[in-house]
Design a protein. Structure first.
Length: 71
């Protein structure tokens, strides 16, 4: 699949955004069951590039660059 779409895992994690060749790659949003979210660039299912993350558990946030899922 290529283009825009939505995927939801059994654990409640949800992705809305771009897919390329059946991979979560491009710009999109990840939503966790606790209300936390990430909005930005994704490569092969991991946060990679510029994005913003908001954690509802401790009200922390990060806006900047990510590589291989890490800040």
């Amino acid at each position: 699949m290529s283009g825009n779409g939505t995927y939801q895992w059994k654990n409640g994690l949800k992705y809305e955004g771009e897919f390329q060749n059946n991979n979560i790659t491009g710009k999109g949003k990840l939503f966790w069951p606790d209300g936390s979210y990430y909005s930005g660039e994704v490569l092969a299912g991991k946060r990679d590039g510029f994005g913003e993350y908001l954690c509802t558990a401790d009200h922390s946030s990060y806006k900047g660059f990510w590589k291989d899922g890490l800040k």
